[in-house]
Design a protein around this ligand. Structure first.
Ligand code: ATP
Ligand code: MG
Length: 609
């Protein structure tokens, strides 16, 4: 391809709309253009990158025996109602774009395809003899993200590879899950990415085990917690750890476990309370009030107790609340802090925020108009483990010192609700500590179990003649996000440094001065020879100054550059490696064999990795 025909518009300055390096570079180098919030055009250069990634994905998945297919993006609401996800995906913070057709039928634009594929499986899979099968597609997905940002990282329209497997039993599902895990590792490594697998929360997709693949990068939105010995890594949403130990509260239980009142004027924050009275945050029980909203309209107040030095993990809380209430009230739509303002609007008497204890009575909800009149009481195990503690007295400017569970109030159900933190000791080996790093989620694999097949009646006949729901797995890769993640991991001050396997072109031939006949002729000759040898080559034949073309070549990030300049008359050219900046003067006849050797070595290196 000739740069003069590429519609290439590069920008010298960083566009105001971009915050992170990869987003700036993709815009500046003419790979993408923004069309609307979270909506991007993939320009021809990026389309080549996406096709190269897709080709690697196809090769690796086909090698596992998976079959490519293409499913509709317009999905009938009825399928999502049967799986129980329509409300969760369309109301509240739901991310599905949905619409009504001219006959008044509701449709959603596919954010994911469990429902569609399970309906097909119900239709097509009848017998254990047809199992297992694994189907995948590479397709545009739509998600009305609350905060689209960082370009392709979080778009509202993006390209995903999604695969769905069906099995006669759980053991077979686990086998395919393991095979997909291996295929994913090969895919990311062949794309030139450093990616790590981490334990993950299954989120709205559901199911039991799930694992994410993270490209490590400072700009990543996810926090990864991993042990130094490499044996444990998890997304913070999911991570578990041993909490820091705290010494017992001096003086132990007081007032027969009811605690002694202490005047704490204005000390509503734990820090202020502790510094005024010499407590440690870990001596206190803090109480959080939240409100959970469900599909059926139920508004359930939550009272969550945590040890004062711990932070709430909102994902763990949402999972715990769903597990307890969704059977009766449907999907959990959201959990928000219960504020004084909201309590006032609901008609409640003032609640002593900042001075609450776990013994706050349901009576405070007595005047509620639309909320459930009883708290769902949950506690993190760090709080219930305290023998005696400091907590709010449920009246302003007063705390209780030396309260105990049982005497003060029954200990709530004890769960893991705390956010694991960097520096925490690991469960598998307390000598190991969790270390933090940031990651970009490029893939996610799930063991779904029988959630969707049971809901959509996708059953098969077992060898013993029984009718049972199919076992399912699902496996996603964010293809367009991956392309940008590669830039986030591979760039320098001058531009992108694409890994060769996914670069739009492998080589760029730059004719320094197209007005010079020997340069132009040698440039054209090399371009033709490279093409004939099967190399993906760009020819910069523009009548720009050489300096502009070199800058653009750096910005574009093509792995190899051949400069045809003044030496052309003597048959001399320069070969430059983009990532290392290494330069080599060569006779023009040596360039092609040299390049073929380099490209071959790069492929072989990847095959070994
Ligand atoms: P996230 O937590 O980042 O919102 P997710 O867990 O909802 O993602 P999955 O349902 O697991 O995403 O989708 C599979 C893959 O699709 C993700 O691993 C990610 O790489 C990609 N992906 C998800 N949402 C987006 C998006 N809005 N823009 C680009 N890629 C996305
Ligand atoms: Mg995910």
């Amino acid at each position: 391809m000739r740069v003069s025909r590429l519609m290439l518009v590069t920008l010298r300055d960083d566009p105001a709309e971009a915050e992170i390096p990869s987003h700036k570079l993709l815009l500046r180098a003419g790979y993408i253009r923004r069309i609307g919030s979270g909506i991007y055009a993939y320009l021809p250069l990026l389309w080549r990158v996406l096709q190269k990634i897709s080709a690697i994905v196809r090769e690796e998945l086909n090698a596992t025996g998976a079959l490519e297919t293409l499913l509709p993006q317009l999905q009938p609401a009825e399928l999502w109602q049967r799986s129980g996800r329509w409300a969760g995906y369309t109301a509240g913070e739901g991310i599905m774009f949905h619409l009504e057709d001219r006959q008044g039928r509701e449709l959603g634009l596919g954010p994911t395809h469990e429902e569609v594929i399970t309906a097909l499986a119900a239709d097509l899979l009848r017998s254990y003899r047809q199992l297992p099968v694994n189907l995948y597609q590479i397709q545009t997905k739509f998600r009305d993200e609350i905060r689209p940002r960082f370009g392709l990282m979080r778009g509202r329209e993006f390209i995903m590879k999604d695969a769905y497997s069906f099995h006669a039993d759980e053991a077979c599902l686990k086998q395919t899950y393991a095979a997909m895990d291996q295929a994913y590792r090969r895919i990311f490594s062949r794309c030139g990415l450093r990616a790590v697998a981490v334990e993950a929360d299954s989120g709205a997709i559901g199911g039991s085990a799930s694992q994410e693949f993270m490209v490590t990068a400072d700009a990543g939105e996810d926090l990864i917690l991993a042990s130094g010995d490499g044996r444990y890594a998890a997304n913070q949403e999911r991570a578990v750890s041993l909490p820091p130990e705290v010494a017992a509260l001096p003086g132990g239980a007081r007032g027969a476990g009811l605690g002694e009142p202490l005047a704490t004027p204005g000390q509503s924050a734990i820090e202020a309370l502790c510094s005024a009275h010499g407590f440690e945050p870990g001596h206190t029980v803090k109480v959080l009030l939240l409100l959970a909203r469900f599909e059926d309209g139920c508004l359930q107040p939550l009272l969550v107790s945590l040890r004062g030095d711990q932070q709430l993990n909102e994902v763990k809380l949402a999972n715990a609340v769903s597990a307890r209430c969704s059977g009766e009230h449907g999907t959990l739509l959201d959990v928000v802090p219960l504020t004084a303002e909201a309590a006032g609007k609901e008609g409640l008497a003032p609640i002593p925020f900042g001075f609450m204890g776990p013994h706050l009575e349901d009576a405070v909800l007595a005047d509620a108009r639309s909320w459930q009149p009883r708290f769902l009481r949950l506690a993190d195990a760090t709080a219930t483990a305290l023998e005696s503690f400091v907590c709010g007295a449920n009246s302003l400017d007063t705390h209780l010192v030396g309260a105990s569970w049982g005497a003060l109030c029954p200990a709530p159900e004890s769960l893991d609700l705390r956010a694991a933190q960097p520096g925490d000791r690991c469960l598998h080996d307390p000598a190991q500590q969790l270390q933090a790093s940031r990651g970009i989620e490029v893939g996610h694999i799930f063991q779904l179990g029988r959630k969707y097949s049971a809901a959509l009646e996708a059953t098969f006949t077992t060898e013993a003649g029984q009718e049972e729901p199919l076992w399912m797995g699902c496996y996603g890769i964010g293809v367009s996000r991956l392309a940008q993640a590669a830039v986030e991991q591979h760039h320098d001050a001058n531009g992108i440094c694409w890994p060769t396997a996914i670069a739009p072109y492998e080589v760029i031939v730059v004719i320094a001065n197209v007005a010079d006949a020997p340069q132009r002729e040698l440039g054209e000759e090399l371009y033709g020879a490279f093409q004939a040898a099967g190399i993906d080559v760009l020819l910069d034949d523009r009548s720009e100054r050489a300096g502009v073309k070199f800058k653009d070549a750096d910005l574009l990030g093509i792995p190899w550059r051949v400069v045809v300049g003044r030496g052309a008359a003597d048959g001399q050219v320069e070969l430059v490696q983009r990532a290392s900046g290494e330069r080599q003067d060569l006779a023009s006849a040596e360039v092609l064999p040299q390049l073929l050797g380099q490209l071959e070595r790069e492929r072989a290196g990847l095959a070994l990795a």
